[in-house]
Ligand binder design. Structure first.
Ligand SMILES: Nc1ncnc2c1ncn2[C@@H]1O[C@H](COP(=O)(O)OP(=O)(O)O)[C@@H](O)[C@H]1O
Ligand SMILES: [Mg+2]
Length: 450
């Protein structure tokens, strides 16, 4: 990843004023005018006033296409943040769909966007907003969601991202009643997310993502996975340090055990969380599920003993796959998950090793041919309306409309009731900034995720 520096003040304190922006936006720079510089750290700016911060960012931010929006423009873009545009919500606030084009900014590509609005009464605040601008404004990669712009006007803090058509992995894996994710789609998602983390870890100044979980992995129309939500991301250790010591924040069920007990954070903490998500993909079970029997509530504790024994592996594999997965691939993925979940961080693989281990799984062809399935045309289902890419290549090399697997529909309907019954209510805390923050101080104050 190269870091580029804007040659003029693209970001200035005047960005707070809606009407004074046009000329600045017109002054966007061509790539020729961008020079390489060191990436701005969150710590470089987090103690400064907002004016200084934006001026610092203006001198360091690479995203020459990062746009500054006025609040009223984002109102227009999202039809006044209407319910019909609502996409989702985390601890930061609600996210709405919108549409931008060059009527808003010269040269702005016509495209759908997602606008995240800081909930002024919520648990997160300026620090999380800033983390997203600082990290996603500078880090560009196919497996990180693209930040298109932001708004910082009076108390308003908003973020504008590329729109990810298939939403988050948590919904797709656990709440999607219209069909289950096929094996190869799961492997593809794991590879994409692993590449995103690997990129962060291999930066000249490594970044620890700290909140790797299914609901922060967004899916494009072709199931390319991209990491979103950099609210908890933090610069990794530098200058020979082995770890960063922080308040323990993250999500129950995903955070690495040594981080929870010591507050010592390393890139290996992200590797542990990756192992949890890989396990979720294999088993179709949530990392924490209070609706299950006590023994099965914590996914890692329950599933880990089965991962290295190939004879027992099918006991934990997702039943909804109905056996249609590569046995060889499942074994390799399970062994990898086991390694990522090692208690000793040093025994965990690096994310680039994870990528190298997972990639060949896409080419294994020992996937059993499934029974004939009738594809039911969708009437008004959201997925049915999306022109692009409703079809994914299924594991048997056929095309299956994900929204219409008749065979699977019944079982998903049955699950629907159960899931609502056991939805875990979020606990809010004014001292913790994230939807996901779980420990206020070491060893105390356990917070549940949304
Ligand atoms: N770019 C996007 N495209 C589509 N949906 C999105 C996008 N960004 C966020 N969402 C939806 O909003 C939810 C919350 O977004 P997230 O970035 O995780 O916010 P928070 O920081 O509040 O946790 C996501 O889980 C997803 O469902
Ligand atoms: Mg989130």
């Amino acid at each position: 990843m190269r870091f580029k520096k804007l040659a003029t003040n693209f970001f200035t304190p005047a960005c707070f004023k809606a009407k004074s922006q046009t000329s600045e936006h017109k002054s966007q720079l061509s790539s020729k005018e961008i020079t390489i510089s060191r990436r701005l750290s969150l710590s470089d700016v987090s103690n400064s006033s907002i004016c200084t911060v934006l001026s610092d960012i203006s001198n360091s931010l690479i995203g020459s296409n990062l746009h500054i929006f006025a609040h009223n423009e984002l109102e227009k873009i999202t039809q006044s943040f209407s319910k019909s545009n609502y996409l989702g919500e985390g601890g930061f606030g609600k996210v709405y769909k919108g549409f931008v084009d060059d009527r808003f900014r010269p040269g702005l590509e016509a495209q759908p966007v997602a606008v995240k609005v800081l909930d002024l009464d919520g648990t997160q605040g300026h620090r999380e907003w800033l983390a997203e601008v600082v990290f996603l404004g500078q880090l560009k990669h196919p497996n990180l969601v693209n930040l298109i712009g932001y708004c910082c006007e009076d108390e308003h803090r908003l973020l504008v991202y590329e729109y990810m058509e298939r939403g988050n992995l948590d919904n797709k894996l656990f709440k999607c009643y219209s069909g289950t994710l096929p094996w190869l789609t799961r492997v593809k998602i794991a590879i994409g997310a692993a590449k995103g983390l690997s990129f962060l870890h291999e930066e000249e100044k490594p970044v620890i993502y700290r909140d790797f979980k299914a609901s922060n992995i967004l899916l494009d129309c072709d199931y390319t996975a991209k990491l979103s939500d950099f609210g908890l991301a933090i610069d990794g250790p530098e200058g020979g340090e082995t770890h960063v010591t922080t308040h323990v924040m993250g999500t129950h069920g995903y955070a690495a055990p040594e981080y929870i007990t010591t507050g010592h954070l390393t890139t290996m903490s992200d590797v542990y969380s990756f192992g949890v998500v890989l396990l979720e993909l294999l088993t179709g079970r949530r990392s924490m599920d209070e609706s299950r029997t006590f023994r099965e509530q914590n996914l890692v504790e329950w599933a880990k003993p089965f991962l290295k024994d190939s004879h027992k592996l099918d006991r934990v594999m997702d039943q909804r796959l109905e056996g249609q997965y590569s046995t060889e691939g499942a074994k390799k993925a399970a062994a990898l998950a086991h390694q990522c979940l090692s208690h000793n961080p040093k025994s965990r693989p690096t994310m680039s090793t994870v990528v190298k281990t997972l990639e060949p799984l896409m080419n294994l062809n020992d996937i059993p041919i499934g029974p004939f399935v009738y594809v039911v045309p969708t009437e008004s289902g959201k997925e049915g309306q999306i022109g692009c890419h409703d079809k994914v290549k299924n594991d048997n090399k056929g095309e299956v409309k994900e929204g219409g697997l008749e065979k699977l529909k019944g079982s998903h309907r049955r699950r629907k009731g159960q899931r609502h019954k056991h939805r875990i209510k979020p606990l809010k805390s004014s001292t913790i900034f994230s939807d996901t923050a779980l420990y206020k101080v070491l060893g105390t104050g356990l917070y549940s995720p949304r």
